[in-house]
Design a binder for this molecule. Sequence first.
Ligand SMILES: [Zn+2]
Length: 488
Amino acid sequence: MPTVTPEVMARYEAVIGLEVHAQLDTVTKAFCGCSTKFGSAPNSNTCPVCLGLPGALPVLNKRALELALRASLAINCTIQPRSRFARKNYFYPDLPKGYQISMYELPLALAGGIDIEVEGEKKRIGITRLHMEDDAGKSLHEGFPDSDRWSYIDFNRCGVPLIEIVSEPDLRTPAEAYAYLNTLKQILEYTEVSDCNMEEGSLRCDANVSVRLRGAPKFGTKAEVKNLNSFRYLSHALEYEIERQIGVLESGGTISQETRLWNVAAGRTEPMRSKEFAHDYRYFPDPDLLPVTVSTATIEGVRKAMPELPDLKIARFRRDYGITPYDAGLLTATRTLADYFEATVKAGASAKSAANWISVELLRRLNDAGKEIADSPLAPAAMANLLAKVEKGEITAASGKKVFAKMFETGKSAAEIIAAEGFSQISDTGAIEKIAREIIAKNPDNVAKYRAGNEGVFKFFVGQVMRETRGQANPQLVNEIVKRVLSE
Ligand SMILES: [Zn+2]
């Protein structure tokens, strides 16, 4: 690929639209009673319906429809009173029915949008449509002794319910695409529509990308880039593809409308198939499934059962807990984290110290240990218990951090660790005064400086006393005593 200078890049603008597939978090498949459990023995979750055997009849999973309706409202789409499943016909070994059940000319919901934020700037990204469909199976080309000669097929994923969310071509940079996918993922997780586990394929993303000279009235020819199944791939693939297209145009070429695949190992997009040979999917209404009719009452029911969305939770956290906008944003990053914070406050911690300790101490340790908040060795009640001891002055904040580290490592309670390690706060005035006098006696130079008006050395004495007491002396008492002894 010819390299394009930043000056040339700056003359162009990218136009990006994303198609996101999310697996609905149901127990059973879209049109049969088979389990959707990930990781089951290959081909164990199958039946005549999801294998497309002759005579088998699909029945729509009510829960799947409810979740799809919930997602539609959460992304501000208008639910259509009548939608219809269609057959999307194509042949592929992982598709035993010979067609995918999708929606075509009558999708479930239309014309929504979500707000994203990039570098402090808010932007509304339009959503064209949301429709329901079922998933295909999986071909396994690797990992078997005879993989050089055979491919294996696992039909467990056949018939798993999905929603496809198609955005308007409103995204202009890889950073905006990243923010859009992140915001969408957060909404789908919050509403429990999908677990959005990208490693298990519950959230997948394809992108339509084109470039044009800034200010040009028309869109350029677009390429579809597939297989962007992690945030990292999305960013890298878009950056690559934008630069590739600008390079082609700058060297006098034209962009061909085609599907390209992100090659993770090679770090580039590669042509997969040209649209000239594009499938004709021969869509037609699925004769085995009734049209989907959604009444106003049903929509109102879904709206009433809607879990709190991220924006509303941030506003409520700021209002009810009086925490900073920054902390509110951080603590609502995932619903699990927000729940953890609220449970800690409910267990008796003050909102301010809970916000502080969770966002600083807990998140840092989880991050270092490569763990998620759901795997936290400290339950919210244990966290609240520790914070209460710090607030009541049983231990100092400095000791609290050490106790916290031990709790995180061992899973023991604050009380056990304080008893075993002797972290109790020293509030014995006599003991503190004795240490303070020793330190002051050992540092006549600094005493002279202090008396000459250098207030800064005061901190030195306090620091020395705290160090001598392993951070366990009551800081307020230390301040008072050092001040008194120095002024004698
Ligand atoms: Zn089945």
